[in-house]
Design a binder for this molecule. Structure first.
Ligand SMILES: Nc1ncnc2c1ncn2[C@@H]1O[C@H](COP(=O)(O)OS(=O)(=O)O)[C@@H](OP(=O)(O)O)[C@H]1O
Length: 136
């Protein structure tokens, strides 16, 4: 189960709400991510999410969720995805990182369908070749 890093302890019970989030009497709730770190593998994504989670406004999923790239997870639907998110206060941004999203062709459309306005973040790797420059 994901843990909130540098944020409130995980509640033991939760209550459904009208807006698709899952809330707890202590004021925390599970929210769909505002930011997804989509890659790149071995590019320091763990370091990035841990540094982000040091900020009090960020709640980070500790584990890679692999929702949009693994069929067995995707078939469980968005309620399952939400259940993997950390409990956070309403003013916190929820972040998850799964660097395999960067290399799965199914992922972009699926993320866009969930939230076309979501912020995607990626690291780069010094050994990853950049695209060849355009001649024009
Ligand atoms: N600042 C900085 N400078 C250089 N190298 C760094 C840095 N931060 C993380 N790392 C190295 O990045 C590797 C882990 O990257 P990821 O967290 O993206 O890995 S993963 O794809 O999620 O498995 C991992 O390398 P390996 O140990 O070779 O796997 C980390 O040591």
């Amino acid at each position: 189960r994901p843990m909130v890093i540098g944020a409130p302890p995980l509640p033991s019970t939760s209550l459904p709400t009208d807006n698709g989030t899952s809330s707890h009497p202590n004021g925390t709730l599970q929210q769909f991510p505002h930011i997804i770190i989509i890659g790149v593998r071995k590019g320091g994504t763990r370091a990035l999410i841990e540094m982000l989670s040091l900020h009090s406004a960020v709640a980070a999923a500790q584990n890679e969720v692999h929702f949009f790239d693994w069929e067995s997870h995707f078939q469980k639907g968005l309620p399952w995805y939400l259940s993997q998110m950390p409990y956070a206060f309403p003013n916190q941004l929820t972040v998850e990182k799964t660097p395999a999203y960067f290399t799965s062709s199914k992922v972009p459309k699926r993320i866009h369908q969930m939230n076309p306005d979501i912020k995607l973040q990626s690291t780069t790797h010094p050994h990853t070749p950049l695209p060849a420059p355009s001649p024009h």
